[in-house]
Design a protein around this ligand. Sequence first.
Ligand code: URA
Length: 237
Amino acid sequence: MQTPDRSHLLRELKNHLLFLKDAGYSEIPCESELFAHPVSTSPVKIMEARKKSSLSQVQEELGDCTRCKLSQGRKTIVFGSGNPKADLVFVGEGPGADEDEQGLPFVGRAGKKLTEIIEKGMNLNREKDTYICNIVKCRPPGNRDPEKEEIEACNPFLVQQLKAIQPKVVVALGKPAASTLLGRNVAITKERGTWHDYEGFKLMLTFHPAYLLRAYTIENRKAVHSDMKMVLEALGR
Ligand code: URA
């Protein structure tokens, strides 16, 4: 058998590191939990694995997650819901009490507002036309903001979820989701209504529906309406 030369090995290594980066890793895992591949795996095999990663595989990898302390207080992991092939994905902050109870995202008061925005405002069907998930999949106690380590522990799964769905547009709902997706502190009042790039997907920032409920002004409602109009245009609808 021919021994691979140094440049071949370096190419293989580079491909493997790019694969891990795509899978959401920011450092080299000792024991790869997501889509483990030995360094010797050929780029062809890696590409095959990449094609196969479906939403249910990502959920399987998440398992009965205990990667952060949110697992200690949760009742249910709220992975996401909707059409796994949707062109439009909404990303919220984290499950609240109702979501924790039912295991589904956005089913409480804020969820009803989001459904209204999707169905009445955009004339879309929530289940058929969208997929909805959060930056953290377990309820932060007392509905506090999720912490940095909690967001970081969940982030590879969010990245993989979006890559499995391949939406045309991602909408970040509120500051924590926008800041997480863009990796910087986002001033949502200033930056809502603007387009960004997230891992190659078109990303729109808008207000969180819970904020709309708290500050139910004509100005805020018009703002969300105008943001969703831009989203519909980008979707070609
Ligand atoms: N708020 C969120 O950000 N996500 C939910 O799932 C529910 C409320």
